[in-house]
Ligand binder design. Structure first.
Ligand SMILES: [Zn+2]
Length: 192
């Protein structure tokens, strides 16, 4: 368990909200040129994922600009083995979808869109290739919520947002809420 001391030691990365340009900018390929930098980044992403309560988190949601995403395997029904730290976290670097089944309707939220849950289509199952922390090529099959999370995080890394899957009408229905979230992203971040 994390203690107050740990929290003081490493400030949690600020979550980026809809309206922040980093969320609509495609991230760059991770080149594995600095293992130490990568390890620190992943540790901070994991902290943030736990703190904000996400099933997954993409690098650009907390201000990084490379193709890294993390998943909390304890929140996923698939028997997924973690590959980082205590084994509860799966890290995917430079992930790409290699196969997918027919889409089904699911409910979905996003940490960068607080208070918004939408119904969209996601494949029931996907295959994805990625590299682990050592740069070794891996492939994984994900179903159900995990499939949804993999698609969601890969789209983040491509600079895409889940609301882009909505029709113009559906989106205008959310206008008020979206405006409020945009204000959050424009606020100067001051905490005391
Ligand atoms: Zn998201």
């Amino acid at each position: 368990m994390e203690t107050t001391k740990d929290i003081k030691k490493t400030p949690v990365r600020r979550l980026r909200f809809f309206g922040d340009p980093i969320l609509t900018t495609p991230t760059a390929e991770e080149k594995f040129d600095d293992p130490n930098r990568l390890n620190i980044q992943i540790g901070r992403m994991v902290d943030a994922m736990y703190r904000y309560g996400g099933v997954g988190l993409a690098a650009n949601q907390v201000g990084y600009e490379n193709q890294v995403c993390v998943f909390d395997t304890t929140l996923i029904e698939d028997e997924v083995k973690g590959n980082f730290d205590d084994g509860n976290v799966l890290v995917m670097i430079n992930p790409k979808l290699s196969d997918q089944t027919q889409p089904v309707l699911v409910d979905e939220g996003c940490l960068s869109f607080p208070g918004i849950d939408i119904r969209i289509h996601r494949p029931e199952s996907v295959k994805a290739t990625y590299q682990d922390v050592d740069g070794t090529e891996q492939e994984i099959t994900a179903t159900s919520v995990f499939s949804q999370a993999v698609c969601h995080e890969i789209e983040h890394l491509e600079g895409k947002l889940f609301i882009q899957k909505l029709s113009h009408n559906q989106r205008s229905f959310l206008k008020g809420k979206l405006r409020k979230i945009k204000k959050l992203s424009e606020m100067v971040y001051i905490r005391m």
